[in-house]
Design a protein. Sequence first.
Length: 398
Amino acid sequence: MKRFQKSFLKQEPLPQRSIERVNEIMATGRLHRYDVTDDDPGHAALLEQEFAVYQGSRFCLAVASCGYALYIAMLAAGVKPGDGVLCNAFTLAPVPGAIDNCGAKPILVETTRDLTIDLDDLRAKCGQAKFLLLSHMRGHLSDMDAIRDICAERSITLIEDCAHSLGAWWGDKRSGGFGEVSCFSTQSYKHLNSGEGGLLVSDNEDIMAKAILLSGSYMLFDRHLAAPDENRMAELATMTPNYSGRMDNMRAAALRAQIPNLDVNCARWNERYEVLAEGLQAIAGVRLPNRFAEERYVGSSIQFCLPDYSQDQMTAVVQGCAEQGVELKYFGYDEPRGYTSRFDSWRYLHHGIQPETLPSTIRTLATLLDMRVPLTFDIEDCHLIVEIIADVLRQVDV
């Protein structure tokens, strides 16, 4: 019996320039983002400027995490306590957590079998909210042309959660180019790695001015390089609370040298993803989500379904693969495990949401498996992983 030997958690080392910059900033002791000089604007400000250029956005703000970015993005966009916010039922816990942090009410929208937001259910629920927090969960882009049209028709403000889709495109626009404000993650298992961190982009001057103030700029907003006019921020300064959540110069220093390599790394992820996808699709009983022709995804993880399997059989597959070194995550468990949770386990949301209220999502998640695709794996590793999964499936009776 073959066994996979590599860790699904191990990341590639940071670029040498990242290591050098972190060491340099540690030697100065100037880790706080506003501890800058006239001839050195600081790594946080430079990161914001460079990421704005990469993303094609006017403005950018670096903060402590993507969940925090989502929180202040909603506040800056106008979400108030008691407001409804539409969001995917298939997402991770920081998304409804950010909505709850605003005092708002998540309105969960059904999930299709292709892991994107259900547009019919979205249209049906549009009357309950003026905001849509759209998660590109595990990098699966929804029909962004249709989303844009629905939001325009119903006067809904779109906020994009791009934690899993940095580097992806829909047509000629990068993921994150459709929302009034969009948020990205730099947590270690995302496409840029600073351990924890978030980036918020927008072309809207008022939204970004409020976000910078909310993040804890005090009256030092003039030290931002990818920011709106200082006069507008000065007008808003005394009317905007400080919800301190800045990124520091050390994490920004680690990130800056990663941006020039990002598109190359996206291509490397896709090379591995395509080997895995081709191999899994050849196994009887395995279904991969369909993708839109307009989508250019980044395959840093892969998802597949076993539509004919029971929960016990899904559990047996996860356990069998684990015994052979392949780490799969299952979204069908009734209770949270690790990072993985299902919407009905978020019981703080208006006394819990029952599974029967979102039957399509429950049906999809009941047979859904999820696997990281680290860049520390090579192509031969991907072939071996497929071989192990196929072997385990043969051993689990359907």
